[in-house]
Design a protein. Structure first.
Length: 662
């Protein structure tokens, strides 16, 4: 065992937060965030300690410093703000503060009336040691203080507690430093990584004429509609040429009828592959024009990155080594038994030619970045190596730190979390399958109250082209409103597959299936957006509420509230500074009115113990005055199945008129 010198190794730094897997992976933050670093810092004996956090942006060479302060019970904390996109690194240092220890003990001796002459000489020696290592001006000041300490009398004792001397010693006193440097990193993303509202749309279904293939130009006509509903990300499934070999027909029929368009995820044909657009959609110039038009409305276009090929993809001809082959030499198509994808060849990321494959994928991503795309929704990333994603995302973000990646991985939790650790900015979740009160509460608690929150940014989707949950199939229009409010208020990022969602499409392909009947994945749709039962106005209201209330733009303040009815879920959120506080109550039963008593702990929600407070329901404009911890709520799903309440103080006269009941 290698022994450390006596002065070194005395201070222990452990249990550092935030830190992911001992520094193996980066912590995630948003530009402008205040990063709080905590650690257990302690040593043998009773000496005073000092500690600091050193941090810098990847582009900087000089460390910046934030002193740590004790919180009690050997826990220390420091804060610093990350003000630039990209990557930060940080480390912790701690040491025995001999001068602070000397001053503390000197004060005790003085208060006890003891002779201080010998101890003042000890202090003078400490100050002289600091002067020996200080720059000339500071050294001269330190030597003067040392000389004053050596003179007998009360003046010397007064010098010992001089704050100017303390400040100089804090900088220049010799120290034997213990360092915690596990390579901790912080990846800083832009705000949209934390707060976003996604709308999924098939471009080929945007024509105003039934039966006609939509184009990028007809997509422009949808932008006002998407903007009016309040979405800031417009996500397109693959926009590339679609193969004809083994093309799927309606309802995933393995036999394709003439004229059927096939699945957009069967990428590639004679017209090109992942860096080409389907000719029926238009040209690359048309696509760039669409991106610009969307940006002008505050909407970003997100593209699907699906790393798979149709049998007609150019890569199949040009790079057969990138695919797995059967013993008879044929390429193996994709399967997830019992599901078969005869129209798709999966890429072999373990091929001996893996390096050229990885580099080609990087080229494709950079190609679309050059077309103006800054957000990628990645299809089934859990079927590709984690090492590949870590490599790709790191290389892309090194040059384009504003680029975001959404992981579409519905798989085992550890695999989903690993993808987030290796760099994905956001992640799909199990939200679609969490419909009960306790499972919703437990899931959000896992995502927001454990170490998962340091690296996993959830994105809640109540439906996708592949997921039509039984809750939506059976619950009617109120079920869609329930899931909308839950997704949009529980989670700071959410999305819907539309117009299927706002038009409340709920018919499965067959009983027990989560596939849509006549799925848009295999056919072109013509949407009537003006149907009376459309949720577009409610969606617009919910998105406006999200934009206007900072509490709903983050997840770390989420708290479940107690309700005496298992069909009612209540939770609270607050802005970082506590100035904006929201309380949401949702009736999870889409068929029946449910009522109960909600407990809002006093002194825990920004209210004053013993005083009434007002809640403003932003869904319907009603105001309520509540008293004490327990208050009554009643929600009819056929009217509005949820309260989205904002704490407003003091109560108004209007609020007094509906006292105590929500």
């Amino acid at each position: 065992m290698r022994l450390a010198p006596p002065e070194q190794g005395r201070v222990v730094i452990e249990n550092v937060r935030p830190e992911v897997d001992g520094g193996r992976f980066a912590v995630k933050r948003i530009e402008g965030d205040l990063v709080r670093v905590e650690a257990d810092v302690f040593a043998d004996g009773h000496d005073e300690l000092a500690a600091r956090v050193l941090y810098r942006h990847q582009s900087e060479t000089e460390w910046r410093e934030s002193p740590m302060r004790p919180l009690g019970n050997d826990r220390w904390q420091a804060e610093f703000r990350v003000d630039r996109l990209g990557e930060y690194v940080y480390k912790l240092e701690a040491w025995v503060d001999r001068f602070a220890t000397w001053r503390r003990d000197l004060r005790r001796r003085e208060e006890a009336g003891q002779d201080l002459s010998a101890e003042l000489l000890v202090g003078a020696e400490l100050v002289s040691q600091a002067a020996a290592a200080a720059p000339p001006a500071e050294a001269e000041a330190l030597r003067a203080h040392a000389a004053a300490l050596e003179k007998p009398g009360r003046a010397a004792a007064k010098i010992a507690f001089d704050e100017e001397l303390a400040a100089l010693m804090a900088i220049h006193a010799p120290r034997a430093v213990s360092v915690h440097d596990a390579g901790q990193r912080i990846v800083v993303d832009r705000e949209k990584a934390r707060f976003s509202a996604w709308y999924e749309l098939f471009p080929r279904s945007t024509s105003s004429i039934a039966g006609r293939h939509g184009t990028f130009k007809t997509c422009k006509d949808w932008l006002p509609y998407v903007q009016k509903m309040g979405f800031d990300v417009l996500y397109f499934p693959p926009i590339h040429p679609i193969g004809v070999t083994n093309r799927k027909g309606k309802n995933n029929n393995p036999v394709c009828e003439p004229g059927e368009p096939g699945s957009p995820w069967a990428i590639g044909g004679l017209e090109g592959g992942h860096d080409a657009v389907h000719p029926d959609l238009g040209t690359l110039e048309d696509f760039r024009s669409l991106v610009e038009a969307a940006n002008a409305r505050g909407i970003e276009v997100a593209l699907d990155l699906a790393l798979q090929c149709s049998p007609d993809h150019p890569w199949v001809r040009e790079h057969p080594q990138w695919f797995r082959h059967r013993p008879d030499g044929s390429v193996r198509y994709a399967e997830n038994p019992p599901k078969k994808y005869e129209d798709i060849y999966p890429l072999d990321f373990e091929t001996e030619d893996w390096r050229s494959l990885w580099e080609e994928v990087e080229r494709v991503v950079r190609f679309w970045i050059d077309q103006g795309v800054r957000i990628f929704r990645v299809d089934n990333p859990h079927t590709k190596p984690f090492a590949f994603w870590e490599w790709l995302i790191c290389r892309i973000k090194a040059d384009h730190p504003d680029v975001l990646f959404l992981s579409e991985a519905f798989t085992r939790p550890r695999a989903m979390y690993r993808l987030a650790k290796v760099g994905f900015s956001q992640s799909y979740t199990y939200f679609a399958w969490r419909n009960g009160k306790q499972e919703l509460a437990d899931y959000m608690t896992e995502l927001t109250r454990t170490d998962v929150e340091e690296y996993f940014r959830p994105n809640f989707w109540p439906n996708t082209p592949d997921i039509l949950h039984a809750y939506l199939q059976d619950g009617g229009r109120p079920a869609f409103v329930v899931r909308l409010v839950l997704a949009a208020t529980m989670c700071s990022s959410y999305g819907i597959y539309g117009p299927a969602f706002e038009l409340c499409l709920s018919e499965p392909r067959e009983p027990g299936s989560e596939e849509y009947l006549n799925s848009e994945k295999y056919e072109i749709k013509h949407w009537d957006l003006d149907q009376a039962h459309s949720l577009s106005e409610i969606i617009a209201r919910v998105n406006r509420i999200r934009r206007e209330n900072l509490a709903l733009q983050r997840n770390d303040t989420f708290r479940v509230l107690e309700v005496d009815n298992d069909q009612l879920l209540a939770f609270a959120k607050a802005s970082e500074d506590g100035s904006n506080r929201m309380l949401i109550v949702v009736n999870l039963d889409p068929r029946n009115t449910q009522s109960g008593w909600v407990r809002v702990p006093e002194d825990g929600f920004g209210v004053v113990r013993g005083r009434p407070y007002e809640l403003h329901d932003l869904m319907d404009g009603a105001r309520y005055t509540w008293h004490g911890e327990w208050n009554y709520v009643e929600l009819n799903p056929n009217v509005l199945p949820a309260h989205v309440l904002r704490l407003e103080w003091p109560p108004t006269a209007e609020g007094q008129s509906r006292e105590g009941t929500a």
